[in-house]
Design a protein around this ligand. Sequence first.
Ligand code: AMP
Length: 537
Amino acid sequence: MRLFQTVAGLRTYLATCRASKTIDCQIGLVPTMGALHSGHLSLVKRAREENTWVVVSIFVNPLQFGENEDLDNYPRSLERDLEECKAAEVDAIFLPSVGALYGTEDLSDKSRLFQVIPPPEMMARLCGAYRPGHFEGVATVVSKLFHIVQPDRAYFGQKDAQQLAILRQMAADLRFPVEVVGCPTVREADGLALSSRNRYLSLEERAIAPQLYRGLQAAKGLFEQGEMAREPLLEAVSLTLKKDARIEAQYIDLVHPATMEPLEVIETEGLLAIAAYLGKARLIDNLLLKTRRPIIAIDGPAGSGKTTVTPKVAEILGLLYLDTGAMYRAVTWLALDKKILINDEAAIAELVSQCTIRLEKPEILANNTPSLRVWINDQDVTTAIRSPNVTAYVSAIAAQKAVRATLVEQQRTYGRNGGVVMDGRDIGTYVFPDAELKIFLTASVQERARRRQIDLKEKGQGDFSLEQLEADIYERDKKDSSRAIAPLRQASDAIEINTDHLAIDTVIDQIVSLYREKIGISLTTDDVSPDHHETAD
Ligand code: AMP
């Protein structure tokens, strides 16, 4: 693990990283203020899984602290942080001084500073209303980090939901070529969200701190019984917090999670957020409440049965089968139709950014297989996208970064109101990380080779030995798990089904029952428990 205190040092290091792995180099950035805990480390872990290089910045940014806030006392534990990062296989730590980032040590006169100002509407509620200048400080420092590191992905916690929304908007509006990844809030066993500021709590305060989470849970309980209106939900939180006089609520609010606008009623999703003082500590917490229909994400290696199972599950449950393959095929068809060279990535990026793909609900086609009608730019290409020519080029198109980014956005738009089922390699980890039901279908290499052998024979495509097919599958798995774009990964909350000795219908039945079990429960949280629990110190 390398340590850098200067912009020049880090930039030079990253230039070497980029040069050393020309095609697949992906850089993940985790910005922090140090005093690392399992929440931070969950971001690092995710970055480690998804990138070739991981950079963690540790910088207590004076610009985001108000005059009477805790800048001087903010917890610092550099030595331990470095050990934790090393253990988490971080490649580089960026530890700049104030001067290295701002060109001056004195930030007292803000009229001399170049700052990034988020939209005032996004800062009008929640923490923005009580911490003037805070989000300007956050946006300024994060944009500096984005310029210096030029990461492919940057990781932020849902715990700071307003920060996440603002930074997402910043990356989109200022056209940073970075994907802002939101990660679930990591909590103690008793529900308290991990925070560096939990260290300010006395033992006695620590014992009552989970009351914030209980307040959110009380509102969630009401929401699950059908309460969508603002006042009763806020009242439920407020009543719970009032049970202990030492908790002094600063705000309890219900806003739209992306725009931060106040909500009178939850239509699709709402962010319920609290800030409260407990002794010296100012604690924040939040919960996402969603009304959308559930999403099923089915991931797994090639040959695990997912492409057979997924459309059937969709049909039985009346969900939309979001056939991503069809979307990539439609783009491929369009590129071929426009006579664009497949390796002209820039032209294809232009093409995909301007096209509209439409998928229509499953219907029974003439040959009785459930399928979709597929349009691209209002042209029906349902049949055309199955041509051998499209088949020959679709993988090359799907491997292009811009194609993937644009289509994932479209898939997420389809999924906004739920009611979809989708299969792939990283649907549960990346495309719909908040899917209500995640299935990871697997099968042994031997079994998959056996299935492939039968399949090839039936299609008259050749008689291959099992040894050769096993070797091919082994190689393909290795490639699929390590590829830069859409690597195969099993989500930690996915249910694994090994299909080795199962008939396809049994697999379908299992997924359908899992869905039916879950649909009775309105799943609303975006939280995880830490792999190991910390005690607040
Ligand atoms: P900080 O060091 O407080 O600036 O936090 C650095 C990053 O870690 C931010 O993106 C936070 O949202 C994230 N983070 C802090 N606490 C948690 C938590 N309990 N769970 C998940 N992420 C967190």
